[in-house]
Structures are given as structure tokens and as C-alpha cells.
Design a protein around this ligand. Structure first.
Ligand SMILES: Nc1ncnc2c1ncn2[C@@H]1O[C@H](COP(=O)(O)OP(=O)(O)OP(=O)(O)O)[C@@H](O)[C@H]1O
Ligand SMILES: [Mg+2]
Length: 274
């Protein structure tokens, strides 16, 4: 199940994380959070990151997105070292109610980064329409965020992330605040977005089943200071469905393997504290 980082094979990797370490604070008060994290994400893959609560998943994502300068290591996006916030990345956060501007219609929210980038008006209009259509919000563009359900607001946030045609989407527990049925619909939306836009996606989740359902590979992180415990390859066909895929015997095997790694990491950390 282990997938090793292939040194030198930079060309096909959209994202390459090389020995990334990070501590918050300095000197004797420094708290190490990330410990030599290394992995790659190939074009058009969906890769999930799972790990114990508080292990450093968001810290890792902030480092990849250039919002946080890591203490050590390197991040390469299409072979180019990330310094500052790169152009080709878009992020989707858990808290959709704070990611959309409440005073703007959905159309204008999705258009916002396109207008900021100075795209011509007609191209912007086409892109907004295409992205709203891709997330199932066709016909809702004139509404305001507060007129939409939570799931629809998260769809709008995804449409806005797609509008700039990023090379890669970074998603930090994007569906943690919606009900179970909506969550399944949004998971299937992620799969369809990958297909329609040839998108590469790095997806953080607490939900092991969600990680197995969505991913080509699940990266299992340890308790903080976190390192990569395992990279679990998921070899179901790309066409997945909520009932059939989750009923596969292999689905249960992978879920149990990942759960035991995460639980083991938690138990090891409590033993260290005693
Ligand atoms: N800006 C900061 N300054 C100091 N410590 C921080 C900062 N941000 C996060 N931390 C600490 O770093 C650790 C990892 O936090 P992080 O949010 O990256 O974890 P996480 O895996 O995303 O957690 P969760 O599963 O709850 O989303 C936590 O102990 C957190 O308190
Ligand atoms: Mg987090």
C-alpha cells in the first residue's frame, strides 16, 4: 500500500512537498508541528490528507498555499518553488459562511477574482456561468449567499475557486459543516469537478470513509509533530458511487487500515504524555 516519493520525478508532479518542517514560536518556546513531510501529487489526482485532530493538517495546507513560510523544506508547484502565494492554487475552506461576501450576489462573488485579474467582461460572464453550471447552481446566480442553503453556499465557494482555472484545488475539511446527505452530494461534486476541469485536488478531511471514497491516494499523518505514516493507494475505478463503492470489500479493508494507523498514532501520543 505504501507509495514512495520518487526522487527526481518532478515533471509529472503538480505538487511536490520536500522535507517540510514547521515550528510555531522561536527558541526554547518553539513548538514543532510538521516533521519532514514529503509527498507528491500527480496531475488529475485526488489525494486526501487524514490525521488526528490538531496534528497540523491546516498548517501544512497554509504552507503549501504560501500563506505560511515553513521553518524548513521546499514546496514545488509544477516544478517551481513556492515563494509567497502562487497563482495556480485555489482554496476552499470549511466555513463557507465566511468565505462568500454576503453583500454580493452569487454571480458577483464568483466574478470577484476574475474582475480583480482584469479579465474582459464577456469572458468573465461566460466563466461565471460555466462554473455555476459545473457546481449545479445554474439559475441561482442572482441570489445572495444568505438566500442559499449551507450546501449551496459551499457549491458557490467551489465555483469561485474554479473561476480562475487553478492548476490545483486545496480543500480544508470543506464538508465538515453540512448534513450527511448534502455531504455525499458534495463529494460527488468533487469527483465531477475533477473530471470536467481535469483538476488536481488536495483534500483534508477528518472522515476516513470520505477520504477513501474520493481519493486516488490517502496520506495518513501521525500525531503532532506530524510526519507521513503511510500513503495508501486507492484503486477503485474513477466512476464511483456512494452505495456501490462503499460496499466493496476493499473499501472496508482500506478504512480499517487507515483507522488503525490514526488510532495508533493517538494512543502512542497519549503514552508519551504519561
Ligand atoms: N498560528 C499559530 N500559532 C501557534 N500555534 C498554532 C498556530 N496555528 C496552529 N497552531 C497549533 O498547531 C497545531 C496544529 O494546528 P492545525 O490547525 O494545523 O491542526 P489541524 O490538524 O488542522 O487540526 P484540526 O484537525 O483541528 O483541523 C495545534 O496544536 C494548534 O494549536
Ligand atoms: Mg485544520
Amino acid at each position: 500500500m505504501d507509495v514512495a516519493l520518487s526522487p527526481g520525478d518532478v515533471s509529472s508532479a503538480v505538487l511536490r512537498v520536500e522535507n517540510l518542517s514547521h515550528s510555531y514560536g522561536r527558541g526554547p518556546r518553539a513548538v514543532p508541528i510538521l516533521d519532514e513531510i514529503a509527498f507528491e501529487v500527480q496531475r488529475n489526482q485526488i489525494v486526501s490528507l487524514v490525521g488526528p485532530s490538531g496534528c497540523g493538517k491546516t498548517t501544512l495546507l497554509y504552507s503549501i498555499s504560501g500563506l505560511l513560510r515553513p521553518s524548513a523544506g521546499r514546496i514545488l508547484l509544477d516544478g517551481v518553488p513556492v515563494q509567497g502565494v502562487p497563482q495556480g492554487l485555489a482554496m476552499v475552506f470549511q466555513d463557507y459562511s465566511r468565505s462568500l461576501y454576503p453583500w454580493m450576489s452569487i454571480d458577483r462573488n464568483v466574478d470577484f477574482p476574475l474582475a480583480a485579474a482584469g479579465l474582459p467582461r464577456s469572458e468573465r460572464r461566460d466563466r461565471v456561468e460555466e462554473c455555476l453550471d459545473a457546481v449545479g447552481l445554474h439559475g441561482h446566480g442572482g441570489k445572495y449567499p444568505w438566500q442559499l442553503s449551507g450546501g449551496m453556499q459551499q457549491r458557490a465557494a467551489i465555483a469561485r475557486a474554479l473561476a480562475c482555472r487553478p492548476d490545483m484545488l486545496l480543500m480544508d475539511e470543506p464538508f465538515a459543516s453540512v448534513d450527511a446527505q448534502t455531504r455525499e452530494d458534495l463529494e460527488d461534486l468533487v469527483l465531477s469537478v475533477r473530471k470536467r476541469f481535469d483538476m488536481t485536488i488536495l483534500f483534508i478531511t477528518h472522515d476516513i470513509d470520505e477520504s477513501v471514497y474520493l481519493s486516488d491516494r490517502v496520506i495518513v499523518l501521525s500525531k503532532s509533530p506530524t510526519c507521513v505514516q503511510d500513503q495508501v493507494k486507492v484503486q477503485f475505478p474513477d466512476e464511483r458511487d456512494q452505495i456501490g463503492t462503499r460496499s466493496l470489500a476493499e473499501f472496508g479493508v482500506l478504512r480499517a487500515h487507515i483507522a488503525s494507523l490514526i488510532r495508533g498514532a493517538g494512543a502512542a501520543a497519549s503514552a508519551r504524555r504519561q
